[in-house]
Design a protein around this ligand. Structure first.
Ligand SMILES: [Zn+2]
Length: 245
């Protein structure tokens, strides 16, 4: 089932194929973060008590600096999955993230759905971002998180060929829909505590930017990060993804 559909997708029939796939296992594996069907991706190791805060869709000149302030005050290091085009627009902010000791990852050039894009587009989205981040920081990133978690075998194969380790997650809530900080933090706490009981580290996704609305309010996400740090810093260890790969 996977091969013909993958060919159909790469032939550019994304919309039609997407509708046909909606009820199938391919779509499930394309988007479900824990699926390893399309090749291994880094999620989290069996190290209960370790937490990786990861922030997607930046850099954002409104919210990333506030987040950096918070992390600096609390002595926490995190991982930022940057959109390449945004990094090109805000290179000083990218350097600031790196100078503070955080880890930087590739989140594609323009936040395309890379399960539906042809291979040439995937390659362009990832290599252009790698190149831009390398020009800004002096080194290419090690990690790649597919936008929406959307992937197909070629997405991950191309990422690996470009020297990127694909990364998904195991603790996310819809913080981009702008619920309250309390609601975001409570949902994540529930997931983090469950992972702890299962003997797993937590790979937590929050958003310090928006791929579609750069001025979107991310105050609740930043405040939720502050709540998570206050709650877990006494008992858990915050790590960057470098600690797991
Ligand atoms: Zn994203």
């Amino acid at each position: 089932m996977i091969s013909p559909l993958a060919l159909e997708l790469s032939a550019g029939l994304g919309v039609t194929a997407g509708l046909g796939l909606a009820a199938g296992g391919f779509a499930y594996a394309s988007l479900w973060p824990a699926s390893q069907l399309f090749g291994p991706s880094l999620i989290a190791p069996p190290r209960p008590g370790e937490l990786a805060l990861t922030f997607d869709d930046g850099p954002n000149p409104l919210w990333t600096p506030r987040l950096l302030d918070l992390l600096s005050r609390r002595g926490v290091r995190a991982t930022f999955f940057l959109v390449g085009s945004r990094a090109q627009s805000h290179p000083a902010l990218v350097r600031q993230i790196l100078a503070a000791g955080h880890c930087i990852g590739n989140h594609s050039w323009s936040h395309r759905n890379l399960a539906l894009a042809p291979s040439s587009t995937i390659e362009d989205q990832l290599s252009r971002t790698n190149q831009t981040l390398a020009e800004i920081t002096g080194a290419p990133p090690r990690f790649f998180r597919p936008p929406y978690g959307a992937r197909r075998p070629a997405t991950l194969a191309i990422a690996r060929r470009l020297g990127l380790t694909p990364v998904l997650w195991n603790a996310m809530t819809s913080d981009w829909k702008n619920p309250s900080a309390d609601a975001i933090a409570l949902r994540l706490i529930h997931k983090i505590d469950r992972l702890y009981r299962l003997g797993q580290a937590a790979n937590i996704v929050l958003h310090d930017g928006s791929h579609s609305h750069p001025s979107a309010d991310r105050a609740p996400s930043v405040a939720a990060a502050a709540q998570l740090i206050a709650r877990y810093q006494p008992t858990h260890q915050f790590v960057t993804l470098d600690a797991w790969a």
